[in-house]
Design a protein around this ligand. Structure first.
Ligand SMILES: [Zn+2]
Length: 254
């Protein structure tokens, strides 16, 4: 039976492991030792590594894990990924029968130019693009690319479980409350996330439905969100993309 476990790494990364009682696949293993401790403790064989993008906190464990398990490493075709054996892009599909896992690949540029997401089994592994109540910084792509990537993810079924690569939810909710102080779903989310973090538990996975109700970056067409973004930017914002851009710039200095 397939299930997903988080391995905390560094300050606030999660390395997600898709596993059953024999095999495992790791998503964005930035730290090999954390993954090896987990696999050895659970007596699991690593059969695949999936990378969403090239940043070191997502790929630095690749080679050590590959040396130990000789496993394939899947990653975006347009990025340099240590040990990559399979290049993926929009429309690619990865089938892991040992885990009963079938993942479709989306191109979601913005955080990095070649960033990809993995979607399947009602789950989304979205790296540093969509976060709990927030989104990643736009480092390599354009604001328009990031906005389109988030809109794409937002269109997935509401029950889709969202596995983000960082625990940023509480800080993101504080920002979201500045944007939408009257959104009752946000207050409820803050209370729930605070309870979890006080017990040192992850606030993830989230769901697409919850993100659509609370994540300001997925709500750029909502009049109250657009109005607050315009007020903060002291500018007239003509489109949801303009609203997104203003929110992302605001969040950079929050
Ligand atoms: Zn990153």
């Amino acid at each position: 039976m397939l299930f997903i476990e988080p391995i905390p790494a560094f300050r606030d990364n999660y390395i997600w492991v898709a596993r059953n009682n024999q095999y495992a696949a790791a998503i964005d293993p930035g730290d090999a030792s954390a993954v090896l401790d987990y696999l050895d403790g659970e007596k699991l064989e690593l059969i695949a590594i999936f990378n969403t993008h090239h940043h070191s906190d997502h790929v630095d464990g690749n080679l050590e894990l590959q040396t130990r398990f000789s496993c394939p490493i899947y990653g975006p075709e347009n990025e340099s990924i240590p040990g990559k054996t399979h290049s993926l892009a929009e429309g690619s599909r990865v089938d892991l029968p040992e885990l009963g896992l079938k993942l479709d690949v989306f191109d979601i540029p913005g955080h990095t130019s070649g960033h990809i997401a993995y979607h399947g089994n009602d789950m989304l592994f979205c790296g540093d693009t969509l976060f709990g109540c927030g989104c990643g910084r736009v480092f390599e792509g354009t604001m328009a690319e990031m906005f389109a990537s988030l809109e794409r993810l937002s269109g997935l079924p509401e029950a889709t479980l969202v596995y983000c690569a960082h625990e940023y939810t509480l800080c993101n909710i504080r920002f979201a409350l500045d944007v939408e102080p009257d959104n009752p779903e946000l207050a409820a989310r803050q209370a729930g996330a605070t309870r979890l973090r006080n017990k040192d538990m992850p606030t993830l996975p989230s769901t697409i439905g919850l993100e659509r109700k609370t994540n300001p970056f997925l709500r750029c067409a909502i009049p109250a969100v657009a109005a607050m973004a315009a007020k903060h930017a002291m500018a007239k914002l003509d489109s949801p993309l303009d609203v997104f851009t203003a929110l992302r710039i605001w969040r950079n200095t929050f």
